[in-house]
Design a protein around this ligand. Structure first.
Ligand SMILES: *Cc1c(COP(=O)(O)O)cnc(C)c1O
Length: 397
């Protein structure tokens, strides 16, 4: 997955442009900047590649999620449905706005189970946020139907699945809003950065203002701009945007390398009885950043991760025991351990997750292994890796 593996001259050139002009800020300084608008250019490139009207580039994926929610008017006490298997950023963004994260089971897609989502909808529900973990997507059609029926917003967290698609649409563009992360370990990176995309004019304008202290960005004098509503600073710097600009031009090359490497590994594991691959919903195309598969049970999944690692196969994750990606280790959320006082709505409405039954999620995540697909492997390295993995796993099942 990581685009940093392929840093080169293109990234250096874009960054050098910014250093040469000395304008490190994305707004203003028109006379000094030598016509370099890296953030704006990257936004245009994202919108084009994602077949969407608007893209707003910001300082991180977490910021993108926060702004996406804020741009649609989500605030204190609103409930946002997220999966039990995700990254902590999902509930951080929700809590930042005083809204309430509602955890819901995942199924064999390793993303939101539409049936569990239906059961979690209340009069306070405003948003369904599927998270396309490890390169593949939720059953977006089913979720869209649900959202339309209940008047809810569909917000796709595509931070780990940029370049994948569903029913011919780039991931992130299928819902009302979509988010990407360009942090250092993502498929393409800015060092730090993120973006949201939407076809909704109003959400876009809100996002543009909100991410820059409420600036309306009208006229030529930044100091004289007005502030129609309260905002915050989630700006990205031109230096970070410059790196991303070089990287997005390489996205499709990265995806094809990932697809080749993924295919070699998958072909080697396919004949093994007892190994099943994660379900990709009909109409979905992965971005091939991970190969995720199920062992017959939890015990063998744990043993598989250990055995793979002992055989020198790095980058295979057992998410069930992971501190950052699975609800079982989120005691800071469950116990509402915050530095300061949290909004009353959050305290009142957050379910007691220490008593929740997520056995359906446990069933799938407990037997999942996900292996990171790297860009810098040579074809023969992948072949060797595939052989070793197949031999190790064959012995276990
Ligand atoms: C990386 C990631 C984020 C957050 O992105 P940052 O840029 O690191 O803030 C959010 N959601 C998912 C699924 C991610 O993998």
């Amino acid at each position: 997955m990581p685009g940093f593996e392929r840093f080169g001259e293109q990234e250096k050139k874009e960054v050098q442009d910014v250093l040469d002009s000395g304008v490190l800020m994305r707004y203003g300084f028109d006379g000094m900047r030598n016509d370099h608008w890296k953030a704006k250019e990257l936004e245009a490139a994202i919108a084009t590649r994602m077949e969407c009207k608007h893209a707003q580039l910001v300082s991180s994926g977490t910021a993108a999620l926060t702004i996406a929610l804020a741009s649609a008017g989500i605030g204190a006490g609103d409930e946002v449905i997220i999966p039990t298997f995700t990254f902590v950023a999902s509930f951080e963004a929700i809590l930042a706005l005083g809204a309430v994260p509602i955890l819901v089971d995942v199924d064999d897609t390793l993303t939101l189970d539409p049936i569990a989502v239906t059961q979690a909808i209340t009069k306070n529900t405003k948003v369904v946020m599927p998270v396309h973990m490890c390169g593949s997507m939720a059953n977006l059609r089913a979720l869209k139907v649900l959202c339309e029926k209940h008047g809810l917003l569909l917000l796709e967290d595509a931070c780990q699945a940029i370049g994948g698609s569903y029913e011919g649409k780039p991931l992130g563009s299928y819902g009302d809003l979509g988010c990407f992360s360009f942090d250092y370990v993502k498929t393409i990176t800015c060092g730090e950065g993120g973006a949201l995309i939407t076809n909704n004019e109003k959400y876009y304008t809100n996002a543009d203002h909100y991410s820059d202290h409420g600036h309306d960005h009208l006229g030529q004098d930044r100091g004289a701009e007005s502030h129609p509503f309260l905002g915050y600073n989630y700006r990205i710097s031109e230096l970070n945007a410059a790196v991303g600009l070089a990287q997005i031009r390489r996205l499709d090359d990265f995806l094809s390398i990932q697809e080749r490497n993924y295919a070699i590994l998958r072909t080697a594991l396919e004949p093994i009885d007892g190994i099943k691959f994660r379900t990709v919903p009909e109409g979905g195309v992965e971005n091939y950043s991970f190969l995720s598969f199920f062992l017959p049970d939890e015990t063998r999944a744990k043993a598989a991760q250990k055995a793979l690692s002992e055989a020198g196969i790095d980058g295979c994750f057992y998410w069930f025991d992971n501190n950052w990606h699975y609800y079982r280790k989120w005691d800071h959320l469950t116990g509402l351990k915050s530095l300061g006082n949290l909004p009353q709505e959050v305290k009142d409405r957050l379910p007691d997750y220490s008593k929740a039954d997520f056995s359906k999620s446990d069933h799938w995540v407990g037997r999942t292994i996900s292996c990171l697909i790297k860009l810098n492997w040579t074809e023969s390295e992948v072949q060797d890796r595939a052989k070793t993995m197949a031999a190790v796993l064959q012995k276990l099942v």
